[in-house]
Design a protein around this ligand. Structure first.
Ligand code: AMP
Length: 493
């Protein structure tokens, strides 16, 4: 099927052709006609499948009739609202709106927290048809009455699963109350949890379900490899792999900000130019690191999970998990950076013995076994049998036996037998009972203030107006994380 057959206008087809796209991806093929007909959609697609264009193209087509060059803001009410979880994704989606809508006179903008609201206010006040926003900052604008949503015809919730993970549900509910009843709703999610289904049932009306990949699965173009390795030898193995395979552009995921910084420095010292990107880096550092990586000035970008969403780096062939994520779904998001839009990708994970349970979790989610390999000189001692079907309790005796036999083979264990058993058991129990990713990165923990509930409170209780205002002001003074990924205006194809 070609783009011409999908019912898009010539202006949109021109913009698509400028991008060098020759044919629609499966999600585009399925979603575009359905959205053009005005249906609600529940899209099950992970990033990298071309899902952004699958909703932006038909959205632009439907809004084309409103395009006008009047200077009056009243002629440019917000017709489409796209809610996304992170600032990076907001920028990414906004750039796509601009790219695909370059021959249309529809106006668009993006709003997100962590930056001054003033410039955003000026833009939205001048009138825009398409608004890309993170929920917190949008509520901020609504509270200040800088924009109204009463003319919205299309609502898009992109990466809805991530928005729920980040605790945006109350914000989303507040925003939806301010939208007109009559509207088209499009919801996209890489995963289908019970919460997502519940949210979908509340928002969507007779939705058409479009799934392009198996539930919670990843692109089949990605080859997954796990290298078993002693934790202390991970770094050495990473350097070996990059050098031996002559990898020129690799995205490496580390679990902590400090870990990412340390790793980038150590790679640099080994002659592999690297930079780290995470929530503690300021705007300039993040921008620069990403740009340098995209332009090939550095070979390795070491990222925490905060960078997993919204990063669109073309032709990225290798993603390496230096550490597995605590949440299996983050594995899907991490490796979604590769194997995009028809290209092949490699997802390599360096897995130490303490990460066995995490690997089992990932395999369960993917419903497949991942190839496990070892490289001579980096072998790990298999302390835990590789289980896919059933999560067996840790067998301490077996563990001891394995450790003992490893010792007898004079393998280089860095802990004593009993300590290893105890530590392993403790770590596994600990890891199973918490979800680190939400609390580790300040980007995900710092609220987008002020909250809309406070706004409602102001209306309800005029008597307490002063104290509420005071509270709002206090909240606004909280430091917000600096994060801004610059728009990729031109795509070289
Ligand atoms: P997304 O899944 O929206 O994050 O898109 C992933 C990548 O695929 C982006 O770099 C898009 O520019 C690219 N892309 C989207 N649609 C197509 C297409 N039909 N052909 C080739 N590349 C595409």
């Amino acid at each position: 099927m070609s783009f011409e057959q999908l019912g898009l206008s010539t202006d949109l087809l021109r913009a698509i052709s400028d991008q060098g796209y020759t044919k629609p991806t499966p999600i585009q093929e399925q979603a575009i006609p359905v959205i053009l007909e005005g249906n609600d959609v529940m899209g099950g697609a992970q990033t990298g499948t071309g899902k952004t264009a699958s909703f932006i193209l038909p959205m632009l087509r439907r809004l084309e009739t409103h395009a006008n060059s009047s200077m009056s803001p009243a002629k440019h009410p917000i017709r489409a609202l796209i809610l996304v979880p992170t600032r990076e994704l907001a920028m990414q989606v906004y750039v796509s709106v601009k790219t695909y809508g370059k021959y249309l006179t529809l106006r668009s903008t993006v709003i997100y927290g962590g930056v001054s609201i003033d410039a955003q206010i000026d833009t939205v006040r001048s009138g825009i048809e398409i608004l890309v926003a993170t929920p917190g900052r949008l509520l901020d604008h609504l509270q200040q009455k800088t924009l109204i949503l009463s003319k919205v015809e299309i609502l898009v919730l992109d990466e809805a699963d991530r928005m729920l993970d980040m605790g945006f549900l109350p914000d989303i509910k507040q925003i939806i109350q301010l939208l007109p009843e009559q509207r088209q709703n499009l919801m996209f999610s890489a995963t289908f949890s019970e919460e997502i289904k519940k949210l979908a049932s509340k928002i969507l009306r007779k939705p058409v379900l479009i799934e392009v990949a198996k539930q919670n699965s990843v692109s089949e173009l990605i080859t997954h490899v796990v290298y078993r390795v002693e934790p202390l030898k991970k770094q050495e193995l990473l350097i070996y792999l990059i050098k031996q395979q002559e990898l020129q552009q690799v995205l490496v995921f580390a679990r902590t900000k400090q870990g990412a910084d340390r790793l980038a420095q150590q790679l640099d010292r080994q002659g592999i130019s690297s930079a780290a990107i995470h929530g503690d880096r300021n705007q300039l550092q993040r921008t620069q690191a990403l740009e340098n990586f995209k332009q090939g000035l550095i070979r390795v970008l070491v990222a925490t999970d905060v960078a997993a969403r919204g990063l669109d780096i073309e032709e990225l062939t290798h993603v390496i998990n230096f550490e597995l994520p605590n949440n299996p779904e983050d594995y899907v998001h991490r490796i979604g950076r590769t194997g995009r839009a028809g290209t092949k990708g490699f997802a390599i994970s360096l897995v130490g013995r303490e990460e066995n349970q995490l690997l089992i979790g990932i395999e369960k989610l993917l419903k497949t076994k991942v190839n496990i390999e070892e490289i001579k000189g980096f072998e790990s001692i298999n302390l835990q049998p590789h289980v896919l079907d059933k999560e067996k309790p840790i067998d301490a005796k077996k563990l001891k036996r394995n450790v003992a036999s490893a010792h007898s083979k004079k393998m280089n264990l860095f802990v004593k037998q009993d300590e290893a058993v105890m530590r392993f058991n403790k770590e596994v129990t600990h890891k199973n009972t918490r979800r680190l990713e939400k609390t580790e990165d300040p980007l995900f923990t710092q609220p987008y203030v002020p909250k809309f509930s406070d706004v409602v409170l102001i209306k309800q209780d005029e008597m307490n107006k002063k104290s509420v205002h005071k509270r709002l002001n206090q909240q606004s003074n909280r430091p917000l994380p600096a994060l801004f990924i610059p728009p990729v205006i031109s795509k070289q194809k």
